[in-house]
Design a protein around this ligand. Structure first.
Ligand code: FAD
Length: 578
């Protein structure tokens, strides 16, 4: 063998084409030419219809009131499931955004350059209305249809979702200041993506970011030190100049930002354009781009506000109240994004294991792997079902039950789903084995993205505290929660026990904050279980209830109890055309 290796390393070695023979070559050299025949490796998971292949999603879309959107979703799922489209996600994360503070003459330009793939993803998202459709075409199923589209697109690439979400979420806050809304809203909601670095008044399509977090405090924005000085009159709709710093400003190429700053009347909310109306650069200066471990295609920056012009939105001193309208929507999108990450992770794991053999059998047929895969699929379906239920609640907010449910369960769902994502991504990666760790697999990107949603827009503890606050301030939200889960009462003993225990726990007033996570965990799994009992096949709901509600709750993925119909759960979630 050593002799052969030596000969093959020699310059001028020649190989016979397969089946042929070079004069003088030994037969063993011919066989070496086929050592790289690839066997037992799955094909790439591309060229499939992301919507058609997702049975649980299709059921949810119809159930939650967006049947009319199905035709469009089928077309969209097909279009973005092509190999070339998935490649956009790869490229946008490989070629990272680059920051140019000034041009070659020294003029400040604060330009972030993105790879064309990022712009292509943004263009699709905006032309599909992911940034605006429930505002421009409100009505039954509007949020559900948008959530389904966002869920599909986020499976291809998650980072571009940040500016899309912020643009979408800004509208409810902006509408609190009708004069500013009438000036900007139509161009924010326009289905036109214009990434050019020029004044907003020259553009027909605008994107919106948010700047709340400062070095000394992100969760506690009351610690903000950025100050807003009135240029003339004070109050809602009036112009101010902002001086201060913002430690996290994502998507700094947005045209407008919602910014929190102190005024004599307290923390207030402002709308800040990147350029002044006279065409000069508004001094919101990017200091640097953050070196992030995930969410790579999306630029996040540190910025200084050096007398930047901005207009007050809403009442002076009510900045948190004003911007919370935006934050509530971004939190909902975190639920969509993490559910989508789980769906792509389990799709990759299922696809791989249905084509890869070990010890003479496909991985998907090995009892222990079947348990792991079914458990991952359950988690993914439960996340999506809860997300779509909240989307439906957003569509029906005129109904108090739906409004209370949206208020409480956006915090509950954002906390729970985003928290479950990293463990889910890691387990899905393990299903793929060593190749799942490699950077040329989709798994590292999914894994690195997975903790982000839990941290921004209110980290885990903040969501739990927010849920407690909602329950304390508006006890009707608790009633709405129990009315909702009670719709499945009597249909699974584990769920009935769970609801009973939860009711008595919520009555205990001791150590409320200390025990908040445990309670919100149980509220989340209780709601997921009740939705699955009502909507999913019995064998899905039963597996979820038995593995999540009894005893100490869920352990590692792959510890489903005996009797679970894993093969059917796996088959239901398998990403292939129905
Ligand atoms: C990729 C990325 C992009 C971002 N983009 C933006 C952006 O565009 N605009 C923007 O404004 N911000 C942005 N952020 C900032 C983000 O919103 C904050 O990081 C987040 O709100 C947490 O704030 P912090 O980092 O200051 O942590 P802290 O507020 O210091 O919190 C640290 C930890 O303490 C916990 N904690 C805080 N208070 C309590 C309490 N009372 N009880 C128990 N636990 C508590 C939190 O849950 C958290 O786990 C971004 C963050 C990331 C990671």
């Amino acid at each position: 063998m050593g002799g052969l290796q030596h000969r093959l390393g020699d310059p001028g070695d020649s190989f016979a084409p397969e089946g042929g023979q070079t004069a003088g070559a030994l037969p063993s050299e011919r066989f070496l030419a086929v050592t790289h025949e690839v066997v037992n490796q799955p094909a790439e998971l591309v060229d499939y219809n992301l919507y058609l292949a997702d049975r649980a999603l299709r059921e949810a879309v119809v159930r939650e009131g967006a049947a009319a959107a199905e035709e469009g979703l089928l077309e969209f799922g097909q279009r973005i499931g092509r190999a070339g489209y998935f490649e956009l996600g790869v490229l946008a994360n490989k070629h990272l955004p680059e920051f140019e503070p000034s041009d070659r003459f020294g003029h400040r330009i604060d330009l972030v350059r993105f790879h064309p793939a990022y712009h292509a993803l943004m263009r699709t998202a905006i032309s599909e209305g992911l940034h605006a459709s429930p505002w421009t075409e409100p009505g039954p199923g509007a949020h559900v249809a948008r959530a389904a589209r966002y869920y599909l697109h986020s499976q291809v690439e998650a980072g571009h979702g940040c500016p899309i979400t912020m643009t979408f979420a800004a509208i409810p806050s902006l509408r609190l200041q009708p004069d500013l809304a009438s000036l900007w809203e139509s161009r924010i909601t326009a289905r036109r993506y214009d990434p050019s670095n020029r004044p907003a008044h020259e553009k027909q399509g605008l994107t919106v970011g948010m700047a709340m977090t400062e070095k000394q405090g992100g969760s506690d924005v009351r610690a903000n030190t950025t100050f807003a000085h009135p240029i003339a009159a004070r109050g809602p709709g009036q112009p101010y100049e902002l001086v201060g710093h913002k430690f996290f400003v994502s998507a700094p190429m947005c045209d407008l930002f919602l910014v929190l700053a102190q005024t004599p009347g307290g923390l207030s909310c402002f709308l800040l354009p990147r350029w002044r109306p006279d065409g000069s650069k508004n001094p919101m200066q990017i200091q640097r781009l953050k070196p992030k471990m995930g969410n790579a295609s999306n630029a996040s920056s540190e910025t200084e506000l050096r007398g930047a012009l901005a207009w007050m939105i809403g009442e002076e001193g009510r900045g948190v109240r004003t911007i919370i309208e935006m934050v509530a929507m971004t939190r909902f999108d975190c639920m969509i994004g993490s559910s989508a990450g789980m769906r792509m992770a389990v799709s990759q794991a299922l696809h791989h294991c249905s084509q890869r053999k070990a010890f003479g059998r496909l991985l998907v047929d090995q009892p222990l792997m079947k348990n792991v895969l079914a458990d991952l699929a359950l988690e993914s379906e439960a996340a999506m079902v809860l997300t779509m239920r909240i989307a439906a609640a957003l569509d029906r907010r005129a109904d108090p039950h739906e409004d209370f449910l949206a208020r409480l369960c956006t915090a509950v769902g954002k906390y729970w789903i985003c928290k479950r994502a990293p463990q889910h991504a890691a387990e899905a990666m393990e299903c793929i084995g060593g190749s799942g760790v490699m950077e040329d697999s989709p798994m590292p990107r999914l894994f690195r993205e997975s903790p982000v949603n839990a941290i921004w827009e209110g980290s885990g503890n903040i969501q739990c505290l927010d849920a407690l606050r909602a329950m304390h301030k508006t006890p009707m939200v608790v009633q709405a929660y129990f009315d909702e889960v009670a719709l499945a009462q009597g249909r699974h003993p584990a769920l009935d026990r769970h609801i009973l225990a939860l009711k008595s726990e919520l009555r205990e007033a001791d150590d409320l904050e200390y025990r908040a996570r445990d309670r919100i965990d149980r509220m989340a799994t209780g709601l997921q279980a009740s939705l699955l009992v009502r909507c999913a096949p019995d064998w899905v709901a039963d597996a979820f209830c038995r593995s999540r509600l009894d005893g100490l709750g869920h352990h590692q993925f792959g510890a489903l109890p005996p009797g679970v119909e894993c093969a059917r759960i796996v088959e239901r979630a398998m990403p292939r055309a129905a």
